[in-house]
Design a protein around this ligand. Structure first.
Ligand code: ADP
Ligand code: MG
Length: 487
């Protein structure tokens, strides 16, 4: 794993706030507040030991107009995911070459096809989505509030940190009040945790409406990875569902799943319960499918009457290949003509590496080999640490066969503005130049025929990482949790 490397502090010229000169005290206050409010993350060496989640001491400036713009777009992105997921022929065609080169995409696509052939027992699906953006403003200072928000990716499975980001928004509001002036900007409200719980609760209610009687209790099943380090983020959803909606959520793994005539039954004897909603916080990476058993379990879930969050089709709609295909002119118009232009307004340049796209692929690959710093090369993976940058991008593109290349897409590299900031990891502060990535949460529950049963855009996540670090995941150890200060 790459380590965070920071350049020397550049405090000169920064607006003085009451925080300056009190950093040690504020650091202690912030760590205590974070832990006291559940902003915790498991130790890398022992998933049973918890410390504070890595965070930024102060919020990061973000231009208000860009924030408002991407928040306003979120419902349309939800509808777009739903339309794409329901368009089997378009998904098949778009992912054809990618699937031929990438086994994981191929298996997901096959699973979608097989489930369709069996006939759907549940047409509703739930998306707990997060659309991620970076500001493009080469060489600018983030304090200036310049830059245009461009979408990095749209997460349709296991979009995490909704609860921890809510905690960090609270932390920054506390620090701003205690150290008056500590944030030069306005902190927007963040109801991500409550909003995600509301989405899960709406899906649970829909299931009970469809199947009013049962001889066993109905619960939400959260599919998790063993030894999950980000468990508190998941636990807070569990607690929020229980306290706010009286709904019991149980953590399961794919290996707990058994076939039961279309119903998903967990537990034994008197402890048997039925899943109303299956919420995946695992299953997005090939490592989550160590054997055929996990794939069989995914197939059982997919074919069951439980509401999936997400379905395999929603997961496929969130692939980088689909993102690239949607960016081509005239494509979004197919489903959402009136939203197409505004949605495309946040797309960075995205380029197909399909063999079928021939000469245009050769041209863009030649350009990326000549100017690797202008591009990012992305495989069909989630969770951070998988993209190719710089020399690695160049060397890979030089050695890939045309078929190997088709497993990836190329994207213009976004050049975010930076600013000096304090990041806190393991109780220690590190000062250096940072950039940010903003995520907007949106939930959407649809009936499978285009009607929306429930939707909301409840909140956000802002991650901060040091300038010069390519990747961005908190879980992968590259970034820290933060919040936006609107300027
Ligand atoms: P993943 O599904 O692994 O999270 P992303 O597309 O979000 O994949 O990429 C991971 C990280 O790489 C992002 O969080 C961001 O920091 C960086 N990144 C991705 N795309 C770009 C881009 N076009 N320009 C600059 N940085 C990018
Ligand atoms: Mg990402």
């Amino acid at each position: 794993m790459r380590l965070l490397t920071f350049i020397a502090p550049l405090l000169g010229g920064r607006k003085m706030t009451k925080l300056q000169g009190h950093e040690e005290e504020a650091l202690g206050d912030a760590v205590a507040w974070c832990v006291a409010n559940g902003g915790c993350y498991a130790d890398p060496n022992d998933p049973k030991l918890y410390g504070h989640a890595p965070f930024a001491l102060e919020p990061f400036p973000f231009p208000r107009a860009e924030y408002d713009r991407v928040v306003a777009l979120q419902p349309a992105f939800g509808r777009l995911v739903d339309c794409v997921a329901r368009d089997a022929a378009w998904l098949e065609d778009t992912l054809k070459e990618t699937a031929a080169s990438d086994e994981f995409t191929r298996k997901l696509l096959e699973l979608r096809r097989e489930t369709d052939a069996k006939g759907l027992k549940q047409t509703c699906s739930l998306g707990l989505l997060r659309s991620d953006y970076m500001l493009d403003a080469p060489g600018s200072n983030a304090e200036d509030g310049s830059g245009r928000a461009l979408q990095v990716e749209l997460n349709t499975i296991a979009s995490s940190f909704g609860c921890l980001s809510t905690v960090i928004s609270g932390l920054h509001s506390y620090i701003a009040q205690k150290y008056e002036g500590a944030s030069n900007g306005v902190l927007p409200p963040n109801k991500a945790k409550d909003g995600l719980c509301a989405g899960l609760a709406a899906a649970h209610a829909e299931f009970l409406r469809q199947f009013p009687s049962s001889d066993v209790p109905r619960r939400v099943a959260m599919v998790v990875q063993p030894g999950e380090r980000n468990q508190m983020d998941q636990r807070m959803l569990e607690h929020g569902l229980w306290e706010g909606h009286g709904i019991d959520l149980r953590r399961v793994t794919l290996l707990d799943v058994e076939e039961n005539g279309g119903k998903l039954i967990f537990g034994e004897g008197d402890d048997r319960w039925e899943a109303s909603v299956v919420y995946f916080r695992a299953g997005y990476a090939p490592d989550d499918y160590a054997s055929d058993k996990e794939w069989q379990a995914r197939a059982v879930i997919e074919a069951s009457n439980a509401i999936k969050c997400p379905t395999v089709a929603y997961q496929l709609a969130g692939t980088k290949k689909v993102q690239q295909a949607l960016a081509a002119p005239g494509i979004i118009e197919k489903w959402l003509p009136s939203d197409a232009e505004s949605l495309r307004g946040v797309f960075a340049g995205l380029y197909s590496l399909d063999v079928a796209d021939g000469a245009s692929v050769d041209a863009i690959v030649a350009e990326a080999i000549e100017h690797p710093s202008k591009f990012v090369c992305k495989p069909q993976r989630e969770g951070g640490g998988n993209n190719l940058y710089g020399d690695e991008l160049k060397e890979s593109l030089m050695k890939f066969s045309p078929q190997e290349r088709a497993a990836y897409v190329l994207m213009d590299r976004i050049q975010p503005p930076s600013k000096t900031a304090t990041l806190v990891r393991g109780g220690e502060s590190i000062v250096g130049a940072c950039v940010c990535e903003l995520g907007i949460y949106g939930t959407i529950l649809t009936n499978g025929e285009g009607a929306t049963i429930f939707e909301n855009t409840p909140g956000h996540l802002l991650r901060q990482k040091s300038l010069g670090v390519d990747e961005g995941g908190v879980a992968a150890g590259f970034a820290c949790l933060s919040s936006p200060a609107l300027v």
